[in-house]
Structures are given as C-alpha cells and as structure tokens.
Design a protein around this ligand. Structure first.
Ligand SMILES: [Zn+2]
Length: 437
C-alpha cells in the first residue's frame, strides 16, 4: 500500500550539495523515498499525505551514520585498561564465549539505543552477524554487517563465516541490510589471513571494514610481526580502497596519509573511544586537507560508554581545537558532513542516504529544539541551528526517526519492539561474564 508522510514546518537542514537550510521547511516521503524537499508552503501545495508530522520548533535532518560500530554486551565492565590488555583479557574471551542468542540481544540493545539517539545507519563489526542482522531487520535500522574475522586459531570468526553472512544477509530488507568482510586486528592476524581478505571481498562483491593504526602498541606489534605499520601492510596487500572503511587511523605518517588518499580509503574518526582508551588523537585536519573522506564512529559501548553520535560530533570538533590550540578547526558544518554525507560515502551508499534530497532513501530524524539547552533558537543572520546540533544537542533530543520511509520512533517511543525486552541483554551479559570469569 502506498504510504506518504509529510514532515512540515521544521528547520530543514538538508546537507545537500549546496548545504541548504530552510527555516520553515518540509520533506515529503513516498514509500521509502524522499519525493520533495523545500519550503513548507511549496512542498505542501496540492498534496494529500497519509500522515502529517508537524515539526514546529524542531529540526529535520538526515539520519546519522555511525561509520565504526560494534554491537557490545558489557558496557562499563572493563574500563581503564590499555587496548592490548583489554582485548586480550576481556574483549576476545567474551567474543569467543558469546552465544548466537546473546549476540542477538546485545544487538537489539545497541541498535535500539542508536535509533533513540538519531543513528539510522550502523557499520557494525561483531560476531554472530546473522543474529545481529535479524535484530536490525526487526528494529528497522540500516546496518552494514561484518564479522570480527581472524585466523581460525583465534576462535573468533573466519573469512568463511563472513562469506556466509554475506550470502545470507547482503541486500536483505529492501537493501537496508548489507554485509562486508571484517578484519579484527592486524597484530593477531597471520600474513596468510591478511593476503586473503581482498580476494574474499572481491569474490563476495562487498567492501571491507578494518581497524588500522589505533594504538602505539598495535604499531609496534605490527612492525615486529610484519616489518610494517598496519596501513602500509594493508596497502601492500591491496586491502585499502574506496570500499574499505579504515577505523581509527590515530597514528599516521605523512606517507600513510598519502596511501589512504591514493587508494580513496575512507577513515572512521572515533574520538570518544580513542580518548577513553588513551590511544591518542587522529590527525583529522591533515586527513581532510589531503582529501581523505572522514566519517564518524562511536566504536563500541565498552570502549566508549555511549553511542550517542551527538556526543561524537561535539568531541570531534572540540578535541582538535584543544589539541591544536585553534578555535577555527572543524566547524559545525564540517562535523555534520562527517556524521552524514561522509559516512554515506564511506559506505558507498551516498546515492541513497546521507542528505535529504529528492530520490534518496527517506532516512530522516527530527530533533526537538524546544529545550532549555537548545535555547535561544535564532533565525536569519544569526541562525544558530548548526551550532546547537553539534555543541548542545544530546541524542535524547531526537524525537522522531524515520528509516527507509518507515516511522521507527515517534515521540521517543520505538514502534518496532518493546523496550522492556532489553532486560534480556542484561541477562545475556551476566551469562557471558559468568562463563569467562
Ligand atoms: Zn573497533
């Protein structure tokens, strides 16, 4: 049945080619697509939508794209460890012991939390991805699934497991679910394993999701094992490319920045995780100056206890300003581009999402601006909406979320499942912890 939704009378932040903002704007949705964008009076003329959403005192903007995401199960349990120790003593034992139904509930929890804070696309790397994909199908989030792959001896997922995820999940739910080949961590990989990654991705006709140059310890381990830094190694093995999301990239030489640019490799900047784990600060100004596409990610709720992309946006601006003593760096418009358009480009879905334009998929969020922390709201010459969205808004200011043309959350209530069921994620966490203790 044809379904049309008109969202009207909001401040419309399109993030289109011209970065147009309409102070009294509207978006018209037909089925899964945007069919009109512009001034409310123009868009509303001569139409009879099935549903009208009045967005007065609200912002209408593209859904946020979390470019580096792991479903997570045990938030707050292993804080304060350096990356290598954390992975060895906690993350890997937990992943090895995770049962499929536990992964499902962990995914339900994190995807629901993501939706509630305005994330409409999650580039998720975890285990039991068919289960995670089922959670994404039920909830209605757009998800790109890749496995935490390593050599079979690591007892995580293998490339074969990942190929099966591609076979079962890629293109499901009207194309809302996609799959990629994931690479967990260079230091735990063998050379043979890494040489197969590109071949498997090409055979499966999907992209790659990999961690690169996250910590100083990782660089040392990689140099010791392979004689090369991770980005150099990934370049030599043809892993890099426009279809390969490289997460973190905190420690980069000028040569490595050139390699990322030369191969068109997009980078996920994950400032909250990098700061919390004491890993450093990604050279985002240099990456952007070199012409590398940089999106934003939260990483996971164990490395970064919130997945609120509004917080990630603020951190991605202020952390570089503090570090470089330069208040001109990463202004709100550029940050919003990272969280929307750049994330879409990083996942090669920029023709579908990342901005509100006619013909694109309707992934739209509505942010309630009628809040103390978002006042005063000023129009005209001193329009401050972008500043509010990046520096003052929280994920829980998101009022309504539409993904693929479906209203997934309205008035902060998720329509696709009952939040009471989230207790099952807590039980799953306790069970996993009991097994690895
Ligand atoms: Zn990660």
């Amino acid at each position: 049945m044809t379904k049309s939704i008109l969202i009207t009378h909001g401040i419309l932040v399109t993030m289109d080619q011209q970065r147009r903002i309409f102070e009294d704007g509207a978006v018209m949705i037909q089925n899964d697509k945007i069919i009109a964008v512009g001034k409310s009076d123009d868009v509303s003329k001569n139409i009879k939508p099935d549903i009208i959403i009045d967005a007065k005192n609200k912002a209408i903007m593209p859904g946020l794209i979390d470019l580096h995401y792991h479903t997570a199960i045990a938030r707050g349990v292993s804080d304060g460890l350096p990356l290598g120790t954390y992975l060895e003593t906690f993350w890997y034992p937990k992943l090895r012991n995770l049962k499929p139904e536990e992964a499902y509930w962990a995914a339900m929890l994190t995807y629901a939390e993501a939706i509630k804070s305005g994330t409409t696309t999650a580039n998720d790397m975890y285990r039991h991805m068919i289960e995670c994909g089922k959670a994404a199908e039920v909830l209605g989030i757009r998800a790109v699934l890749s496995c935490d792959c390593a050599d079979a001896s690591e007892k995580l997922d293998t490339l074969k497991d990942n190929e099966e995820v591609v076979r079962v999940m890629h293109g499901k739910a009207n194309g809302r679910i996609q799959a990629r080949i994931g690479v967990e961590w260079v230091p735990i990989s063998s050379y043979e394993f890494l040489t197969q990654v590109r071949e498997v991705a090409n055979r499966a006709k999907v992209g790659i999701h990999i961690h690169l140059n996250e910590s100083l310890g990782e660089l040392e381990m990689s140099k010791k094992k392979f004689g090369k830094r991770p980005v150099e190694l990934a370049y030599d093995l043809s892993i890099l490319g426009p279809d390969c999301v490289a997460a973190h990239c905190v420690w980069l030489t000028p040569l490595e920045i050139r390699l990322l640019k030369e191969t068109g490799t997009p980078v996920s900047h994950d400032p909250g995780s990098n700061a919390k784990l004491g890993n450093g600060i990604c050279p985002v100004p240099e990456l952007l100056a070199a012409g590398v596409t940089v999106g934003l990610g939260h990483d996971d709720t164990e490395c970064n206890n919130t997945l609120d992309m509004f917080e990630a946006m603020k951190m991605a601006s202020v952390i570089h300003r503090a570090h470089r003593v330069d208040s001109t760096l990463l202004p709100p418009q550029q940050i919003l581009e990272m969280a929307t358009r750049n994330g879409a480009k990083g996942l090669q879905i920029e023709k579908e999402v990342g901005s509100l334009e006619v013909g694109k998929k309707a992934d739209v969020i509505i942010v309630d601006l009628h809040k103390l922390r978002l006042s005063p709201l000023i129009y005209g010459k001193h329009l401050n909406i972008l500043s509010h969205l990046v520096y003052a808004a929280h994920g829980d200011d998101v009022d309504t979320v539409i993904i693929d043309g479906k209203i997934i959350m309205e008035n902060r209530v998720i329509k696709t499942f009952s939040e009471d069921e989230i207790d099952k994620a807590t039980s799953a966490c306790r069970d996993v912890l009991a097994r690895i203790s």
